[in-house]
Design a protein around this ligand. Structure first.
Ligand SMILES: [Zn+2]
Length: 328
């Protein structure tokens, strides 16, 4: 049976042999299929309109119907699209206590900090970390030292009247290949998430970059480690056993970026992470309040990879997280 995961591959493949509007529609549907709430083949079997699914119009609906009637050959996923979970696969019983990566209007997000906090409380969270981009990342409206300080004041004011809900002061720092970050003073931050955003298409092994990043005493979490993006970029290669081994030794965390197109780390790398015993951080990378539910994809990945819940930062309280970053 063709699942949505199969369809994500088939749609992207078909897009490669098309042009113009139709190609764009196919590519968009390939990406959207990752978050369709139902298996398309089940809707089809029940005689329900496939147009219920985001990104599916009448033409695409006919194509999917043809595929369900006569499934095309399917060998494997292209590496650009391999190991992505789909929303329709969710089955984990876990609940996160907070979310450790999100962006607001202070950088390239579209929601206010207060909107993020409100949406997080509605999900039953105890805390969130606000991780807007820092100064080095101009395209993402990165925060200067002054704006980061001003944001900190806004967060403190919100925390002062939040009745127990905690907004952690954080940042998504940009990592240079030598492991340094674009935030000079991290002393006022509760948590530092750091990520690579450039030279993400190098084919050579990048293990040394990661080791340098982990050795930076300012860095607590290595965010979206591979830098992969669905149907767009494969991400970096490294000796993950060594990377996770050093992270475990230094008691740093590596992230599952839960954004549907990222899902970085994935089940393959998470197996190595589990073996190393490294801490795992879950961050939705939400750029708007309505994206906080992407957490479920990260929880599903961690659960399927048998990561012990006590190794997941998001299962800790805000106070425990602060204690962890304070001593590292
Ligand atoms: Zn990033």
């Amino acid at each position: 049976m063709l699942t949505n995961a199969h369809l994500s591959e088939l749609l992207a493949r078909r897009a490669q042999s098309e042009t113009g509007h139709w190609q764009r529609a196919l590519k968009k549907a390939a990406r959207r299929s990752l978050t369709w709430p139902y298996e398309a083949h089940l809707l089809w079997a029940q005689g329900q309109p496939l147009q219920k699914l985001e990104g599916v119009g009448p033409v695409l609906s006919r194509l999917l119907g043809e595929w369900f009637e006569q499934p095309p050959d399917f060998d494997d996923w292209d590496p650009l699209r391999a190991h992505f979970l789909t929303w329709s696969m969710l089955s984990h019983p876990w609940k996160a206590r907070g979310d450790l990566q999100m962006h607001t209007v202070w950088s390239d997000g579209s929601s206010e900090i207060s909107d993020m906090a409100e949406a997080a409380r509605a999900r039953g969270y105890e805390y969130i970390a606000i991780t807007d981009h820092a100064g080095g990342l101009k395209i993402a409206n990165g925060l200067s030292t002054e704006r980061l300080a001003a944001q900190g004041q806004e967060i403190e004011a919100l925390n002062a009247r939040s009745q127990g809900f905690v907004i952690l002061r954080s940042v998504e720092a940009n990592l240079a290949p030598d492991g340094s970050i674009d935030v000079q003073d991290t002393s006022r931050l509760d948590l530092v998430l750091a990520c690579f955003h450039s030279k993400l298409r190098l084919p050579e092994d990048q293990t040394e970059r990661y080791l340098a990043a982990l050795r930076n005493p300012k860095v607590h979490i290595l965010g979206h480690p591979r830098g992969r993006i669905f149907n767009f970029r494969l991400g970096l290669r490294a000796d993950w056993k060594r990377v996770f081994g050093l992270a475990a030794e230094l008691d740093k965390a590596v992230e599952i970026d839960c954004f549907p197109d990222r899902q970085d780390l994935d089940l393959v790398t998470l197996e190595l992470a589990r073996q190393s015993g490294v801490r795992i951080s879950l961050g939705t990378d939400a750029h708007a309040a309505h994206q906080l539910h992407f957490m479920e994809l990260g929880l599903e990945a961690a659960y399927r990879a048998h990561i012990p819940s006590e190794r997941i930062l998001n299962m800790m309280s805000a106070a425990e997280i602060k204690r962890w970053t304070a001593r590292s």
